[in-house]
Design a protein around this ligand. Structure first.
Ligand code: PNS
Length: 160
C-alpha cells in the first residue's frame, strides 16, 4: 500500500493557531506529516530557525506521526530526499490563491509532486504571523491567535 507522506512548509515566525490547525488536519488526511521550517527568511526573523523548530516540536510532541525539520534550498529537493509525495498548504482567502497556485505549479513542474490545499478554518482566516507580530509588538493581546507557549515566548522576546 502506498504511504501518503505530506510536507507542511512555512516560515512559522511564529507558529500561529492557523498553522497548527492545518498541520493537525493534515494528520487526518496523510500517514505522516513533515513540518518544514524555512531557515533563511528574507526579513529579519523574530525567532531563529532553531527556535521555530523547537517551538513546533514542543507543540506537536504528542503526535508520533509528525517530524519537524529546518530546511534551505528548494522545498521539492527536501520532499524528494524525504520520500514525501504531497505538499500541503493552507488557503485563507482568494488573495492567497494566485501565488499559491503559481508555487504549486512550479513545484509540480520541478518534481511531479502535487500540492493539496486545505481551506483554513474560518476562525483562523484572518491570521498571519506578520499581523500577530504587529499586534503584539504594539501592545495588543496575542492570546487566542497563537498557542499559549508561543505567546509567552513572544512576550519574553519583546521584553529583552
Ligand atoms: O510561511 P510562508 O512564508 O508562506 O512559507 C513560504 C515557503 C517556505 C513555503 C516558500 O517560500 C518555499 O517553499 N520556499 C522554499 C524555496 C522554494 O522551494 N522556492 C520555490 C517555490 S515554487
Amino acid at each position: 500500500m502506498r504511504v501518503a507522506k505530506a510536507v507542511c512548509p512555512g516560515s512559522f515566525d511564529p507558529p500561529t493557531n492557523g498553522h497548527m490547525d492545518v498541520i493537525r488536519r493534515s494528520l487526518s488526511l496523510f500517514d505522516t506529516v513533515l513540518v518544514a521550517v524555512i531557515r533563511n527568511l528574507s526579513k529579519r526573523p523574530m525567532f531563529s530557525s532553531e527556535e521555530r523548530v523547537e517551538m513546533l516540536c514542543d507543540l506537536l510532541a504528542e503526535e508520533p506521526r509528525v517530524e519537524v525539520v529546518a530546511f534551505d534550498g528548494l522545498l521539492v529537493d527536501l520532499a524528494k530526499a524525504r520520500g514525501v509525495n504531497v505538499i500541503v498548504k493552507g488557503l485563507r482567502a482568494v488573495s492567497d490563491f494566485d501565488y499559491e497556485l503559481q508555487m504549486a505549479q512550479m513545484n509540480h513542474g520541478l518534481s511531479g509532486i502535487d500540492t493539496v490545499f486545505i481551506p483554513t478554518s474560518p476562525e483562523h482566516a484572518y491570521l498571519s504571523s506578520s499581523l500577530v507580530k504587529e499586534v503584539g509588538s504594539l501592545g495588543g493581546s496575542v492570546s487566542g491567535l497563537v498557542p499559549g507557549r508561543v505567546a509567552e515566548l513572544m512576550k519574553e522576546r519583546w521584553s529583552e
